[in-house]
Design a protein around this ligand. Structure first.
Ligand SMILES: Nc1ncnc2c1ncn2[C@@H]1O[C@H](COP(=O)(O)OP(=O)(O)OP(=O)(O)O)[C@@H](O)[C@H]1O
Length: 341
């Protein structure tokens, strides 16, 4: 089922948590909401789930307007950080909960619930743990039980708020790959909040980047990486090298002497050239002085002083690192330009 938000806004007192959000996830899509702390990710998810009401705008699930439709009637499963498992219930009882509390007319029989729980335990790969209590599980196992509990009601949309937040990085990586497989196998539409860019870029079909309650860009991970729409997105998705310049007649000239000029398809005026650290090479010349070299990985990272600012570049794998204190020119490949200010 698709989900869509049109012109959604939300205030808490005088502060706007969300402003004019336009966002859609197609049926079967995995959409990640990525942004710094306080950017509105959780608020957006809670409005989708029906746990919070928007002040303005429209929420559609499966093409239907959700105004006045309570959370339990939206057909969405959710895993929020603060909705922990019930500690006094076993794994099986936790998973069955959403079915057992249904009104009598829609509640499956005892045997049907047992079958469904067994299916879900198999789906989250923990059939032998049905009788355990939450405090007898690892963090990763608890998160999988929380997902099974969310899936018990057979939702068509799954909403996840930092589902792997408290886990260590290796477990997070395993669980997100597993989650992506689960998503593909079940054909769900998934919307996941995270502030971990690697997680969002790895798991999602598209990533929506939020900043201070506004959407900055929505694109595929590759699209965000190759064509970030503004400096904020550029910085948010990876390391940057930033060099101020002046553009005249679509040619960028850098403030630091010795740097090459570059074609720049932007109006005349002060601008910022942005590159990734691997898009800058060292060549004979002047303009950049080596401050430090970090050669512990496959490719050396070189810290340079360029016109009074420090930039970090990554050399091609196997290239010998320069001497600290030596002076170089810069080969600038494929910069993006944004108006200054
Ligand atoms: N119930 C509330 N009452 C008042 N302000 C709130 C409430 N919930 C959220 N806010 C504010 O709305 C803004 C957005 O919060 P939200 O939790 O959606 O951000 P977030 O991007 O999910 O942050 P985080 O990554 O830290 O969880 C923040 O400024 C927050 O302080």
């Amino acid at each position: 089922m698709s989900v869509a938000l049109h012109g959604v806004s939300k205030r808490f007192g005088p502060a706007a948590a969300l402003s004019g959000i336009e966002l859609e996830a197609a049926e079967g899509e995995f959409l990640a909401l990525l942004g710094p702390s306080g950017s509105g990710k959780t608020t957006l998810l809670r409005i989708l789930a029906g746990l919070d009401e928007a002040d303005g705008g429209q929420v559609l699930i499966g093409g239907q307007d959700m105004e006045g439709v309570p959370a339990r009637a939206r057909g969405v499963g959710f895993v929020f950080q603060h909705y922990a498992l019930f500690r006094h219930m076993t794994v099986a009882e936790n998973i069955a909960f959403g079915l057992r509390v249904r009104p009598r007319a829609r509640r499956p029989g005892r045997a049907a619930i047992q079958t469904r729980v067994a299916e879900l335990l198999a789906l989250v790969q923990m059939p032998e743990l049905a009788g355990r209590y939450p405090d007898q599980l690892s963090g990763g196992q608890r998160q999988r039980v929380a997902l099974a509990r969310a899936l018990a009601i057979e939702p068509r949309v799954l909403l996840l708020d930092e589902p792997f937040g408290a886990l260590d990085p290796a477990v997070r990586r395993d669980l997100r790959r597993w989650l992506r497989e689960l998503h593909d196998r079940t054909g769900l539409t998934t919307v996941m909040v995270t502030h971990d860019r690697a997680e969002a870029m790895e798991v999602a079909d598209r990533v929506a980047i939020l900043r201070a309650g506004r959407l900055e860009q929505v694109d595929t991970p590759a699209g965000l990486w190759t064509t970030p729409g503004n400096p904020f997105v550029y910085r948010f998705v990876g390391e940057t090298v930033e060099l101020p310049c002046i553009i005249r007649g679509q040619i960028a000239r850098f403030e630091t002497p010795g740097l090459p000029t570059l074609p720049a398809p932007l109006a005349d005026g002060p601008a910022l050239a942005m590159l990734r650290p691997h898009q800058v090479g060292l060549v004979e010349g002047a303009g950049a002085r080596v401050r430090a070299v970090f050669a512990a990985g496959p490719a050396a990272m070189v810290e340079l002083e360029v016109g009074g600012r420090v930039v970090e570049v990554v050399l091609p794998v196997g290239e010998a690192p320069p001497r600290v204190g030596s002076t170089w020119g810069l080969d600038l490949r494929a910069a993006s330009f944004f108006p200054a200010g």
